[in-house]
Ligand binder design. Structure first.
Ligand code: PMV
Length: 292
């Protein structure tokens, strides 16, 4: 077997609340999840090649934004659903930057990881906000706002609850969904402002599932109002609530992607999802940079 040179990990993310409203300056809350992507670099002769259980024509050009074009095997393992708003490309970008640093014996700052992972994310997404890879590298829970130079993150204390994530099996098109909301303004402005206020309340209620659950439910209703949910996502939200979730909502741009459910006990929601043939898994909060 080829000698391993370096390895790195990056976490996936979920938007707990505030998606879409955040585009218009309202706050949102995101968390790094305890699922993610591992990259292992080893030596090979010839051009750098990628080993992964999924294929994407952007993979090699994206990773070679920071890796050498020759001499490496890049082995990728992930337990994140791809293209579901869980930050799979950002987790890959952070894992790659950390694997490269591991190979070089470096301990890069958050700023250095952010800048390098951005080079990879730009190949995947053009002009992403940078939120996904900032959260992936930092870990924990953050509230954030759109600032002139990218997302402005405020760390929040890590709660002890867990989530169940239900996968719709369909990718949502973030760009088209954001454009759709923009086209429905000003009719949706009140709903967007209400989402912003709800995020402030969720921030205060972050450690209190009794208060947080209903806020997540209300956030989903507002996302329905602004036109980004689908009948399939609404069914997943219903399924989770009937199985005892304290609150449930779509997470991310909508149109597909995933639903998150706040639970005391994941088992009944996972069992209900299994009976309905819906892929589902638990997700906790990933440790922060300081706690790793
Ligand atoms: O599903 P994702 O991770 O692409 O989330 C999009 C979040 C939006 O608020 C809809 C867009 C944005 O840029 O914040």
């Amino acid at each position: 077997m080829a000698r391993e040179l370096g390895r790195g990990h990056g976490s996936g993310k979920l938007i707990l609340c505030g998606e879409h409203a955040v585009v218009y300056g309202h706050p949102a809350i995101a968390l790094a999840v305890d699922r993610g992507t591992r990259v292992t670099l080893s030596r090979r002769e010839g051009p750098t090649t990628i080993e992964a259980a999924f294929s994407d024509p952007r993979l090699r050009p994206a990773l070679c934004a920071v890796l050498p074009e020759h001499g490496l095997t890049v082995h990728i393992e992930t337990d994140l659903p791809i293209g579901r708003g869980m930050g799979s490309s950002a987790a890959l970008a952070v894992a790659t930057v950390r694997a490269l640093a591991d190979w070089r014996g470096e301990h890069p700052t958050a700023h250095a990881v952010f800048a390098s992972a951005f080079d990879i994310e730009r190949v995947f997404h053009g002009t992403p906000s940078g939120l996904d890879h900032a959260v992936s590298d930092r870990g924990g829970v953050v509230s954030y706002r759109k600032g002139p130079a990218g997302p402005e993150l405020t760390p929040l204390p890590t709660p002890s609850w867990r989530l169940v994530v239900l996968d719709s099996g369909v990718a949502g098109d973030t760009r088209a969904l954001v454009a759709g909301v923009s086209a429905r303004r000003p009719a949706v402005d009140r709903a967007l402002a209400r989402i912003g206020a709800l995020v402030d309340a969720a921030r205060a209620a972050l450690h209190d599932p009794d208060a947080l659950g209903p806020l997540l439910d209300e956030n989903h209703a507002l996302l329905q109002q602004i036109g980004v949910s689908t009948p399939a996502l609404d069914r997943l939200v219903d399924l989770a609530r009937r199985a005892g979730a304290r609150g449930a909502k779509l997470a991310g741009a909508g149109g597909g992607g995933v639903v998150l459910a706040l639970v005391d006990d994941p088992a009944p929601v996972l069992a209900a999802a299994a009976r309905a043939g819906v892929p589902a898994f638990t997700a906790g909060v990933a440790p922060t940079r300081e706690d790793r």
